[in-house]
Design a protein around this ligand. Structure first.
Ligand code: IMP
Ligand code: MG
Length: 186
């Protein structure tokens, strides 16, 4: 892994190497296959993979290439963060642009922290009368989570630390890194 990186005013150090992320992605994809290969056979229409932009774009691209069932892919854009602190106020920036009614939806998130974003999104899905919904996230911060929504698939659990890379950003920077970096407080 490369050494420390500087993004705006913060320094980050290597935390999770790309190889470990790859393993975790393959593993969570197998868990999803275990349920959705069968489900997709009996459903009238293929499941919809709903990526939450911007952070999920790298994870989603790697995840769906492990799937052993046909799926449709669409995106929604949410934002609840400013810098490295949640504002507690979720703005839905780009609404759903596909019909979800009666569909089996797999929501793909980069990271579930307090749960504010996912709670908002799941309420939205219910209004769209989906047949079923499941949440899949690359990272899950169980110590910060205050939501009531079940996180069905979490590739990796971490503490409450702030991380960047593999789609995750600090003020829109750092998404392009293959590895995950953590704030360096030294
Ligand atoms: P929540 O609404 O508090 O669960 O926050 C979820 C969103 O906040 C995620 O989709 C990320 O965009 C962002 N977020 C939370 N923790 C981190 C982090 O450690 N690094 C980068 N973004 C984060
Ligand atoms: Mg985000």
């Amino acid at each position: 892994m490369e050494n420390k990186i500087k993004l705006a005013d913060l320094t980050f150090r290597p935390f999770i190497p790309a190889a470990r992320i790859e393993e975790a992605v393959a593993n969570v994809a197998e868990q999803i296959n275990a349920k959705y290969v069968e489900l997709a056979k009996s459903a009238k229409q293929p499941p919809i993979v709903l990526g939450v932009l911007n952070g999920s774009f790298v994870f989603l691209a790697d995840l769906v290439r492990h799937f052993d069932f046909l799926c449709e892919i669409c995106f929604v854009k949410l934002s609840s963060y400013s810098g490295c602190c949640t504002t507690g106020d979720v703005r839905q920036l780009i609404g759903l642009n596909c019909s979800l009614k009666g569909r089996d939806v797999i929501v793909v998130e980069d990271i579930v922290d307090t749960g504010v974003s996912i709670t908002h999104l799941v309420a939205d899905l219910q209004r769209h009368e989906v047949a079923s919904s499941a949440i899949c996230t690359l990272f899950y911060k169980p110590k910060s989570y205050k939501g009531a929504v079940t996180i069905d698939y979490a590739a990796m659990e971490i503490g409450s630390e702030f991380i960047v890379g593999y789609g995750l950003d600090y003020n829109e920077l750092g998404r392009e890194f293959k590895d995950i970096y953590i704030v360096d407080n030294e």
